[in-house]
Design a protein around this ligand. Structure first.
Ligand code: GTR
Length: 413
């Protein structure tokens, strides 16, 4: 990392398309040894593992194997939630199998009228499960939170006042009415979102004496790992169809949903909302947020090796289109917002487009968009994309598209 003095001298973010540097992207369908990949078999046996390994060692960091002895405890069930239309459950997952160790809490809403296991959306949130719902009998999260007066966080703790503060991002009733369940988890249950030298959260379970090696997990990897642990629980829940889990995330948590989808093929559908740098946006474009800015502002998110590529994006053996390619052939959806230039909407679109050859090689319909679509004009095949009007956020418009996309892939409609 740069010294504070050098950091202060950093260039202003570029928002001018004509100033985007020329670059050549690594080809997802050419191996490190330079061989063209022209069969699904070669992709699965050679190139996909190679790309996965590169993202693990150079970008997000390798995570340990998930514990086999996790303890799942249902702590509350309400059969008439949301005025009777939903079953609501809270479930604690104890990562080490012991109640003394770190735990994450799942808040689950399922359609009450379902007669068979339901497909679900699962996503991390920023300030606790009680912030996504207006129901006042959900447990308030007691863990450390980032400061936010607006969200009712005082001294890094959630207060009564924080209830429902993020509910606009989680239209639970609409999701239930459309026949889906929702599984919510506070990201900080898995790993608190600050640079603490990896002494807390699940890192402490595995890295208690030292910080992770340069190729070992940062916080985004830990969050993705936690999502996989949550999926381990979903596989045991008879009311949920664990073969139809859409993992969804916004912003830093959208970077995480992509990485979760890449590392865990059990996620049947992957949604990344406004994920930007280190998520869906191509690093080589250096548009809006760059590696320089993100690694200095959030030194705990990625693995230390990622710092090697600050201001040297062309040396990266991968770019973010290859992260999308790791999700192939499963459906993937990337969304941008017009006023969120920091996240580089065009770079997010191009990642989907440049991952399409892999989706095609694997026999899917691919993407089908050559150029960026107009605002509020979603493109949806095996790969989906939209740019909507408005700012960095998750809106009802976004959810309408995700529900339509899930209908296509989960319900065949
Ligand atoms: C910003 C960061 C982005 C994005 C965003 C968020 O500060 O620069 O990469 O992750 O936070 O998560 O809301």
């Amino acid at each position: 990392l740069l010294t504070p003095a050098a950091h202060a001298q950093r260039p202003k973010p570029n928002y001018d398309e004509s100033q985007v540097p020329e670059f050549k992207l690594p080809d997802p369908l050419v191996t490190q040894a330079g061989k063209k990949v022209d069969s699904a078999e070669e992709w699965n046996k050679v190139r996909r593992p190679e790309i996965l390994e590169l993202f693990e060692t150079e970008v997000y960091g390798k995570s340990p194997a998930r514990p086999e002895n996790m303890l799942f405890e249902v702590t509350s069930v309400k059969n008439d939630a949301l005025g009777g239309k939903a079953i609501r459950k809270e479930v604690s997952v104890y990562f080490s199998g012991k109640k003394a160790g770190p735990r994450m809490d799942l808040l689950i809403y399922l359609p009450a009228k379902a007669t068979k296991p339901v497909p679900v959306f699962m996503g991390l949130n920023f300030y606790g499960n009680h912030t996504i719902t207006d129901e006042t009998d959900v447990q308030i999260n007691g863990n450390w939170m980032r400061a936010s007066k607006e969200k009712g966080i005082v001294d890094h703790k959630a207060t009564e006042d924080s209830r429902g503060k993020s509910s606009s991002r989680w239209p639970i009733e609409t999701i239930i009415d459309r026949g889906y369940g929702l599984v919510a988890i506070y990201c900080g249950d898995i790993d608190p979102d600050y640079d603490d030298g990896f002494k807390n959260g699940v890192h402490a379970l595995f890295n208690s004496k030292q910080k992770p090696a340069p190729d070992e997990w940062g916080t985004i990897s830990a969050w993705a790992w936690g999502l996989s642990c949550a999926l381990d629980y979903l596989e045991t829940d008879k009311q949920i169809d664990a073969s139809k889990v859409a993992v969804i995330g916004h912003s830093r948590l959208g970077k995480t949903s992509l990485w979760a989808g890449a590392t865990d093929p059990r996620f049947a559908l992957v949604i990344s909302n406004d994920s930007g740098c280190g998520g869906a946006a191509l690093s080589r474009r250096r548009f809006g947020e760059t590696l320089h800015v993100i690694n200095n502002a959030f030194p705990h998110w990625f693995c230390d090796n990622f710092n090697k590529y600050i201001d040297k994006e062309n040396d990266l053996p991968v770019d973010q289109h290859m992260l999308i390619s790791l999700i192939a052939p499963r459906p993937v959806y990337v969304a941008s917002a017009e006023d969120d230039q920091w996240a580089d909407p065009k770079g997010e679109f191009l990642s989907v487009k440049y991952a399409e050859p892999v989706y095609k090689l694997l026999g899917t319909t691919g993407f089908g968009a050559e150029d960026m679509p107009g605002v509020n004009k979603p493109v949806q095949k095996q790969m989906g994309y939209h740019i909507r009007t408005g700012k960095h956020d998750v809106t009802d418009f976004d959810w309408q598209q995700y529900l339509n996309f899930a209908d296509q892939h989960f319900q065949g409609s």
